[in-house]
Design a protein around this ligand. Structure first.
Ligand code: 2HA
Ligand code: ZN
Length: 274
């Protein structure tokens, strides 16, 4: 099968374009990766032309021999739908989890996303935590969440609780909460380690003054998670723009009642009295 005809490739392209249309991917901002299923690799393998091995910059031994579809470094989400072969690539991880090689895509040269260490370390953590179910890691420059990182304390419990309060669906969509990484230099191993540490507990991590990382089982769930968190942040920004305090809100007891009816576990650490 031709690569661009494969359903997983079409889903990836659609998600990248949805993110562009949301306004989360100015210039070359953001990146996306998908851990390809073995049967999907089989279905497109005839098109692979492996290039040289390159160091990942970190070690992901549990991802040995896995294949990923990823956006290219310096490439624009805006262009993914127009020229996918130039904007995205498939990479193979070696048997030790230390090197990768491009096997398809980036036809005009280039490398996978500059955030490859964060993507792969998050994939490793989430694959283990979900028994293999999670396959998508998404980084976006979500405007309202970024704005909030200038006014809220950079604490998991504050972001989780404030974003839960802004829309009733939120605690159901991200019941485990949200982690916050303080400002760090992007692109390297250090921020990858900090993010993947939070991803052991959460499906979403905020990068202060930069954006968000989200993890999920498929494109719909992962995009939907990013969208829900960012929409909640937009409501909070609007609310704070009208007045500094809430007249009324969803209370800790309301959350407990919701948890019971919707059968989600909401950790008490987020249901503190303010
Ligand atoms: O430009 O978003 O974090 C890609 C990025 C780096
Ligand atoms: Zn970024």
């Amino acid at each position: 099968m031709k690569i661009l005809d494969a359903e997983f490739v079409q889903g990836f392209i659609r998600m990248a374009n949805d993110g562009w249309e949301q306004g989360w991917h100015e210039r070359n901002g953001g990146n996306l990766s998908y851990r390809i299923k073995p049967e999907e690799v089989e279905s497109v393998k005839e098109n692979f032309k492996p290039k040289e091995w390159q160091p990942i910059g970190t070690s992901v031994p549990k991802l040995a021999n896995e294949y990923f579809l990823v956006t290219g470094s310096g490439k624009y989400f805006r262009n993914v739908i127009i020229k996918p072969e130039d904007s995205i690539c498939i990479i193979e991880v070696d048997g030790k989890g230390e090197n990768y090689r491009i096997v398809w895509g980036l036809v005009n040269g280039g490398r996978p996303t500059s955030e490859l260490p964060s993507h792969l370390m998050n994939h490793e953590v989430k694959m283990v935590a979900s028994n293999g179910a999670h396959r998508v890691i998404y980084h976006a420059h979500t405007t309202n969440v970024i704005a909030l990182t200038f006014v809220l304390p950079l604490e998991d419990k504050v972001f989780t609780r404030e974003l839960w309060e802004m829309a009733t669906e939120c605690p159901v969509v991200f019941p485990d909460g949200i982690g916050v990484v303080p400002w760090m230099v992007p692109g390297g191993r250090e921020i990858a380690v900090a993010t993947s540490e939070l991803m052991k507990k959460y499906d979403v991590a905020i990068w202060a003054h930069h954006g968000m990382f989200a993890s999920g089982e498929d494109f719909d769930l992962t995009f939907g998670l990013m969208h829900t968190v960012e929409k909640s942040a937009e409501i909070l920004v609007k609310m704070l723009s009208m007045q500094p305090d809430k007249r009324q809100t969803i209370t800790p007891q309301n959350f407990r009642d919701l948890a019971g009816d919707f059968k989600v576990a909401l950790p008490e650490e987020f249901l503190y009295e303010k």
